[in-house]
Design a protein around this ligand. Structure first.
Ligand code: AMP
Length: 150
């Protein structure tokens, strides 16, 4: 009974889970790793989407990927940050959702990923859904149900 109510509630709010593209920190193909590291450090996020100039989604880049790519045998080769490009180290193997995604699919993917990119049928980036947004809504609903029962 309770789970049916929570599912109905979450499904009615699916669109509200999306953080729209204009509010998502991102880097573009062709950017240097130095620029990407700056975006990641300043935003405080551990990974961000990689887009092209037309706002099509190409993958994700994380600070761990960047550090790994400049690890030398005996030291971190910081000078490589300005030579290498985002496309040299990013991953394009990422889960993606279409805008009319199912709640079940979103939750499944968020088990293993802190956020999932949403793209339209032509591959244009629409935004992200995050584990935090899902848990926030779930938390709110669970509290409501508990207080209703008392
Ligand atoms: P959160 O659930 O808010 O902690 O976010 C989890 C992850 O989603 C972050 O570490 C980032 O990789 C990504 N993320 C969340 N919000 C944004 C945003 N506004 N711009 C870029 N990435 C984000």
């Amino acid at each position: 009974m309770v789970s049916v109510q929570i599912q109905a509630f979450l499904e009615s709010k699916l669109n509200e889970f999306i953080i729209p593209s204009e509010k998502v920190a991102h880097v573009q193909l062709g950017n240097s790793l130095e620029h990407a590291l700056l975006v990641l450090t300043k935003s405080g996020y551990s990974s961000v989407p990689v887009l092209d100039a037309q706002f099509k989604l190409h993958g994700l880049i994380s600070s761990a990927m960047i550090t790994e790519s400049i690890l030398g045998l005996e030291r971190i080769e910081f000078e490589k940050l300005s030579d290498k490009k985002v496309e040299d180290v990013m991953t394009s193997e990422i889960p993606r959702l279409l805008p009319n995604f199912q709640l079940e699919k979103m939750v499944d993917l968020l088990v293993n990923h802190p956020f999932i990119c949403v793209e339209d049928h032509d591959g244009f980036f629409e935004g992200i859904v995050t584990r935090r947004a899902l848990l926030k809504q779930l938390n709110r609903q669970i509290h409501k149900l508990i207080h209703l029962k008392q």
